[in-house]
Design a protein around this ligand. Sequence first.
Ligand code: SF4
Ligand code: MG
Length: 325
Amino acid sequence: SETLLEARNLRKYFDVKGSGGRKHPNLLKAVDGVSFSVSKGETLGIVGESGCGKSTTGRMLLRLIEPTAGQILFEGRDLTQLSQREMRKQRRHIQMVFQNPLASLNPRRTVGELLEQPLKVHRMGNVSERKQRVMALLKTVGLNETAYGRYPHQFSGGQRQRIAIARALAVTPKLIVADEPVSALDVSVQAQILNLLKDLQEAYQLTYLFISHDLGVVRHISDRVAVMYLGRIVEIASTEDLYNDPKHPYTQALISTVPIPDPEYSGERVLLQGDIPSASEPPSGCPFHTRCPLAMEACKTVVPRLQESEADHFVSCHLYHKVEA
Ligand code: SF4
Ligand code: MG
């Protein structure tokens, strides 16, 4: 189906002061050459441990963080080439939902004011049309009309996330980037919000980029999943293929640690050793080699590339591709 968004070789390097009294700044390669595409109406999940670069990737798509290099093609148009003013207009089409809705909602504004604000910014409707639209949005996300005059702190975590979703929906976006949208919620509330997101996707033909450290949550909502490690995508496949037949030792390890083993899971059981290395001093060769139980000699020096190992299943690991030394 039709591609809505394509990220090409996205990079974000931050200058950081070296630790231990070093004078020269270090480069922290938070995102180091990430490419993927998202089709219209699809949900692409991005999963990985904290610090893997998944949030930075999501924010770069809206240029809330400026990419160091790479392209972001949205409906074929490269967003990295737009002026700040043009980019602000584009954000009508790409909205973001964050983990902690209270932090992104001004506590001194009523829910009505909060939801009307993006409509004002994008000059949508007059005063009464905006109020009507907000009332309809509250209903769409399962909130009572009385929410209009109340303040965010008067709501539960789940209700606040509904408010944040309504706010993102207000300007009729095509793509929603959701960064850990249910991670702060109780498990029962998580399911409600995930189901709401699914219903909204169907009703409004929305496309999602869904970022989370939680493999179960990502599995529940995604059509395809990309696994990130130290600023790179190490595997990307359909949700079914990724969870039932993970190829990369890192993905295998992540799935092995999910508490209830899937009876259909036929892949290896792998236990992770050691900690995630610092992104400012990434290992040579395969960035995973310091923790990989299957590492070979070549893994210390040769960087694996993301290549197709089976149809639509891409993996970055020398076990699946001949090492070109
Ligand atoms: Fe492990 Fe080598 Fe594959 Fe990296 S390339 S994941 S170190 S086997
Ligand atoms: Mg994050």
